[in-house]
Design a protein around this ligand. Sequence first.
Ligand SMILES: CC(C)(COP(=O)(O)OP(=O)(O)OC[C@H]1O[C@@H](n2cnc3c(N)ncnc32)[C@H](O)[C@@H]1OP(=O)(O)O)[C@@H](O)C(=O)NCCC(=O)NCCS
Length: 230
Amino acid sequence: MSLRSGLLRIGLRPERPDYRPHIILDDLGRGMLHSELCQSSGFLGPIRLGLRILWCPVSLKDLIIRPITPGDSLAELTELIHRAYARLGAMGLNYTAVDQSVEDTARRISRGECAVAICSGRIVGTITVGGHEQDSRCEWYRGEQVAIANQFAVEPSLQGQGLGSMLLDWAEKWARERTLDELAVDTAEPATHLVAFYTKRGYRNIGFIQWKGKRYRSVVLSKTLSEKTS
Ligand SMILES: CC(C)(COP(=O)(O)OP(=O)(O)OC[C@H]1O[C@@H](n2cnc3c(N)ncnc32)[C@H](O)[C@@H]1OP(=O)(O)O)[C@@H](O)C(=O)NCCC(=O)NCCS
């Protein structure tokens, strides 16, 4: 591996055709060498390194989305959630997931069913979905036909490849199987990219809620789960 004129070159190992090292940049633009997620070809997206644009191969081919099991590490899950929400934290949005403890993760999971996305043995995505919350300060969440999804995260280096949409589909299926009419989420009003993400997937604006301790107002969004929207 050598650094020349800002371009990071990575040597491939002929004896390991599945070994496809690539560079992942974190939110601060620091590069990190990864290989374990790369077992076949695919493209993550443009990676900026200095002034050059690199493309790095990554695969979601061996991806599994399944309910969490006692064998899964809540510490690993919490770290993934922190990595995913770091960008929102940097925007000054103090989502619980930015710095929640492992105990917080366990408590939030216990209120519903948690799905994890596993790729090459690592947790790379998650969503938690549950039924209505009788005591919620949010009126929409008290509706008996409403399911609620939260703690929704995808490994930053794997975002933008459809995994988030797959996890949302999983949550919608969970709600549909329980003959619930709606799947609701809420997100910070200033996170307009997330409001757009949900709106594009059929979620409509229900109203606003000011959660205690949050520096932002949240938008409540909900999707009607008819068979046509499956
Ligand atoms: C929100 C989140 C779960 C979505 O996961 P994802 O795997 O990126 O979702 P998808 O790939 O299905 O869709 C991402 C959208 O961003 C676009 N996108 C393109 N490049 C992207 C990139 N480098 N990173 C992220 N999104 C990108 C995708 O094309 C897609 O656009 P579309 O809405 O027009 O289809 C993920 O971005 C995440 O973990 N964010 C941080 C935590 C968070 O915001 N959670 C939700 C709080 S309410």
